[in-house]
Design a protein around this ligand. Structure first.
Ligand SMILES: Cc1cc2nc3c(=O)[nH]c(=O)nc-3n(C[C@H](O)[C@H](O)[C@H](O)COP(=O)(O)OP(=O)(O)OC[C@H]3O[C@@H](n4cnc5c(N)ncnc54)[C@H](O)[C@@H]3O)c2cc1C
Length: 398
């Protein structure tokens, strides 16, 4: 099976001419690091002074990278994508909250996304970040195996209760749910929560997914250990594979604190670990007639990664639409992978971030910053959008 990721007519089928022109303007603006830097400073200042900038944010970056401010507001985008074979994973993208009331609010929002998923085919999975439900300092102590004081123990008990409540509900309504991966110094606590939930809720089918970041060293061993433990205990395993989002932060902390960096030495090593992990799990999944109780997600904007996994699956005898494997990208990015893979019958879903505008700003700044490199993601997005605008113009002329 050959994928034509340059087939822009398929890639941008969900976009009207106006929305494509808007994206073109936005990615051109984002390509300028100085504009992004200045825009971030001005936006933070304007929000702090409660100046009326939300309309402008809504019409630009928010519209490009978020589905709406509420679960219900995301429904039209999810529906439009589903008509073209692409699912949506509603992601409550409010970050940096630090109090128990906010953790409870994130739990409620996540439950709302799962309730929607239970009633809409367009929303096939759910997701959450453990830092949305728990104190980072407590997660760090738990990860390091340090003793907790009474107050911390209470906070940790409440965090475990929230994770269990979400996974239990996901199990009850039959909707898979993923725990995102975060910084290495809190990840052990997240891994333990995820594998404990798998042991509880993945008995008949995979409901709970953990995330493995392949930019970290030793991830293939981690994966093999997780699969062996699940096999011995008789439960299923769901894994989302990503490369990892916190590389600079990880390296800086390791340097400042004088421990070996947990990150692969270079991009080629990250790519090799990603390929090794994904192929190990696809081979361990086996053929359709004797498949293990596993499910995977390839969370990546890398064309080669998507293509390699797709070929491995078909070589193992899987029909694209029947394999327990999802290909996932972020909303507003890499539609050329999402819609082309869906066009070939694979299961595809896009993270659809949502939340109040002022609270999703950290997420939006990250997307803006990661898209400032003309050589990287922006170059790719811009080139494809330009090609599609040109194609549409020539179709209109003929
Ligand atoms: C659906 C989805 C879900 C995601 N969930 C998570 C999550 O839960 N946790 C999380 O951390 N991230 C998550 N991400 C982000 C992801 O980890 C990557 O940052 C992002 O997708 C870019 O990697 P790539 O595979 O798409 O593409 P590529 O452009 O091929 O790879 C870029 C990535 O390679 C790695 N890299 C780049 N340079 C080097 C170097 N010099 N040395 C070593 N490694 C290098 C970095 O991880 C970088 O992000 C998610 C992404 C998607 C699409």
């Amino acid at each position: 099976m050959d994928f034509n990721f340059r087939d822009t007519a398929v890639a941008f089928q969900s976009h009207s001419d106006a929305s494509l022109r808007r994206s073109h303007w936005l990615f051109k603006t984002l390509a300028s690091p100085s504009l992004v830097k200045a825009g971030k400073a001005v936006t933070l200042w304007a929000l702090a002074w409660r100046l009326p900038v939300k309309g402008l944010i809504r019409a630009t970056v928010f519209r490009q990278f978020c589905g709406g401010e509420t679960v219900v507001a995301c429904k039209p985008v999810a529906q439009r994508h589903w008509e073209l074979g692409v699912g949506s994973i509603l992601d409550y993208s409010v970050e940096g909250q630090t109090d128990q009331a906010a953790y409870d609010q994130t739990t409620e929002m996540t439950l709302q996304t799962l309730a929607l998923a239970a009633s809409e085919d367009a929303v096939p999975l759910g997701v959450f970040k453990v830092t949305g439900l728990a104190d980072t300092a407590v997660l760090e102590k738990v990860s390091a195996g340090l003793a907790l004081n009474a107050e911390e123990q209470l906070a940790w008990d409440r965090a475990q209760g929230r994770v269990d409540r979400i996974c239990k509900y996901a199990h009850q309504v039959g909707v898979p749910v993923m725990l995102d991966a975060e910084e290495s110094w809190i990840q052990k606590a997240i891994d333990d929560l995820a594998y404990a939930a798998m042991a509880k809720y993945n008995r008949e089918k995979v409901i709970v997914f953990n995330t493995i970041q392949c930019y970290r060293t030793g991830r293939l061993e981690h994966l093999k250990g997780a699969l062996a433990k699940a096999e011995a205990d008789g439960y299923g395993v769901g894994i989302k594979f990503v490369r990892g989002a916190y590389m600079e932060k990880e390296r800086e902390r390791a340097k400042a604190m004088g421990y070996p960096s947990p990150i692969q030495p270079d991009k080629a090593s990250t790519d090799a670990e990603f390929d090794a992990c994904v192929s190990h799990m696809i081979l361990a999944l086996g053929r359709p007639e004797n498949a293990a109780n596993f499910a995977l997600m390839i969370g990546s904007h890398n064309e080669q990664s998507a293509e390699k996994a797709a070929h491995l699956l078909t070589a193992s005898g899987w029909k694209p639409s029947e394999a327990p494997v999802w290909f996932a990208q972020l909303y507003g990015m890499s539609d050329h992978i999402s819609f082309v893979m869906a066009h070939h019958g694979f299961r595809v879903a896009k993270y659809l971030p949502f939340g109040p505008i002022d609270k999703v700003m950290p997420y939006l700044f990250r997307r803006a910053e990661e898209n400032t490199s003309v050589k990287g993601q922006t170059g790719r997005e811009l080139g494809l959008i330009q090609a599609e605008l040109k194609r549409r113009k020539s179709v209109a002329r003929n």
